[in-house]
Design a binder for this molecule. Structure first.
Ligand SMILES: N[C@@H](CCC(=O)N[C@@H](CS)C(=O)NCC(=O)O)C(=O)O
Ligand SMILES: N[C@@H](CCC(=O)N[C@@H](CS)C(=O)NCC(=O)O)C(=O)O
Ligand code: FES
Lengths: 104, 104
């Protein structure tokens, strides 16, 4: 579908992508974690896209099995949500994923 | 106003009140913290109240200065949001507030 192609293009062209909502603290947490690590994520704020936002959220669910935000990709690989990303960082694995993806 | 009276009645009749949204992880975090502490909070899910939900959220802002969720009250006292509640718990202060309010 058009939106599926959009997502694949976005995650292919950007080492770090966060599908987010502007009002959501879990989304803010993951965005600031990346900034603290010197990464400038490509952020898509789903709540600012009107009806396309919920369409995109459904597309992400069919692509990744995850219907929640934040939805994080590194090097085109689906990472998960806020807790998944924080856990990878606590395990010392996040920074190597980021450098492999050319994000840092 | 009607809604202001509703809020005052609710926080007066219930030792612990959480104004919440069902989809919000910060709201879930504070609700499960209370359950872990043996507390059964009175929860008001603002997203399930249609237009009255946003009216209530505005009323809470005028009463407490806080426009975000979760919005937590213990013993009729405004506590704050998720981070405020977690901080009080980390400082060892939350459980005495709860017993003073007759919540545990
Ligand atoms: N454990 C997940 C929780 C994800 C989650 O529940 N996200 C909420 C917002 S905090 C959500 O997407 N709710 C449904 C929605 O907003 O459409 C994470 O860490 O990302
Ligand atoms: N630091 C605050 C953050 C509160 C916050 O930003 N809440 C968000 C949801 S996570 C909110 O209310 N956004 C606007 C809205 O949902 O109306 C807390 O710990 O509670
Ligand atoms: S909406 Fe509150 S943490 Fe995501």
């Amino acid at each position: 579908s058009g939106l599926e192609e959009d997502v694949k293009k976005t995650i292919g062209e950007n080492p770090v992508v966060v599908y987010s909502k502007t009002w959501c603290s879990y989304s803010s947490e993951v965005k600031s974690l990346f900034k603290r690590l010197g990464v400038n994520p490509h952020v898509v704020e789903l709540d600012q896209l009107g009806s396309q936002g919920s369409e995109l959220q459904k597309t992400l669910e069919s692509l990744t099995g995850q219907r929640t935000v934040p939805n994080v990709f590194i090097g085109s690989k689906h990472i998960g949500g806020c807790s998944d990303t924080v856990k990878l960082h606590q395990q010392g694995k996040l920074e190597s994923l980021l450098s492999e993806a050319g994000a840092v």
